[in-house]
Write a new protein. Sequence first.
Length: 265
Amino acid sequence: MTQTVSTPDRFASDWEEWHDSRERTLKDPLGWLSINRLEWLDSEAQRFEGLPGTWWTDGETAHVTASDHETFADQTFTLHPTGAGEVVELAGVHVEVARRGAGYLIRIHDPEASTLAAFRGVPAFEPDAAWQITGRFEPYSAPRDIAVGAVAEGLEHVYVSPGDIVLERDGAAHRLIAFNGHSGGLSILFTDATSGVSTYAANRSLAIDASDDVIQDGGDVLLDFNRATNLPCAFIDFATCPLPPAGNTLPFAVTAGDKTPYERN
């Protein structure tokens, strides 16, 4: 979470602690970097070469059944279209089931994945307190469903937006659509003048601390761009990350937060 700090030394040490924790999470043997395969499910039952189970979806749910020689229990999954996937171990294989758009997919988590073995940490700009910018959250009269594209061709995500964040830079106001945060608060997806140059081209994400009162009535929020992060699609080829909403492009260079991963350069 973002926070105001009292001294430059404390600000830098807090950022280092946050950054180290994030890198440890990415090193999880069954985390995002371990994904090395993606398959979309169909309404027709099908098996995938080298993977356990017979899989299909009826649109609202996904199903897997074991073949005669497989001993795991049949399972059904009912998931949110933009929610977290569910990882299950079937016949020694860690399979993530996720719902995206109008369909379901499965992804394989392999602790021996090449992307995990090659991970060298997350390159980032040096922390700079000047990139802590106070903005103003302006709620809509009612939350809106906002459709955005995805890095996966043909896929669309729909997220709930409670309002906009307005920030000022160099005398100009910039308005960004905000989404509800995964663990409370708010989040934004954005690009800027560094995108595709020194930062990942498709998007970066920023979590923003905001109380329920601010989300309901509006008020000041702190955007700490030092904690702007790459989504999984910056690291692996098997992600379905959303693209920023139209208009969430800042016309200046945000020289703070994550840079393009080493493995993508």
